[in-house]
Design a protein around this ligand. Sequence first.
Ligand code: CDP
Length: 136
Amino acid sequence: MTKAAYLLPVVAAALVDADGRVLLQQRPEGRSLAGLWEFPGGKVEPGETPEAALIRELEEELAITVPQACLAPAAFASAPLDDRHLLLLLYITRKWTGVPRALEASALRWVRPADMHDLPMPPADRPLIGLLDALL
Ligand code: CDP
């Protein structure tokens, strides 16, 4: 078994709409895991708190603003990534400002957790579906 060299912290958001659907974005061609549907988010940069990183990523990827008080820690999962181990921290938010736009993704869609099982998702995101379904 290969030993992970270090943990890579990644944060992601489950943006929940009034109907209990969650926003997924499709990773674009030319990037790792292209075509897979993920919870929006990205790497925590050195010196950032996880919450600050997520607020930044949501502005960069979707052009929305989320107040820190509206980010509720919800679940985590891990997956191997090259010589590292990705640690994915998922936050739930029901309040944001702006209409999400796919600034980096190739597409966006609103999906009920029960319908996510049929979508191709990154290995760290997939275990979070059941947890999310139980929480919403
Ligand atoms: O935007 P940034 O470059 O910080 O992050 P990214 O390239 O979107 O994501 C960093 C790593 O986390 C990639 O390997 C993604 O595949 C992974 N990731 C994930 O597994 N699940 C997510 N919901 C978001 C990112």
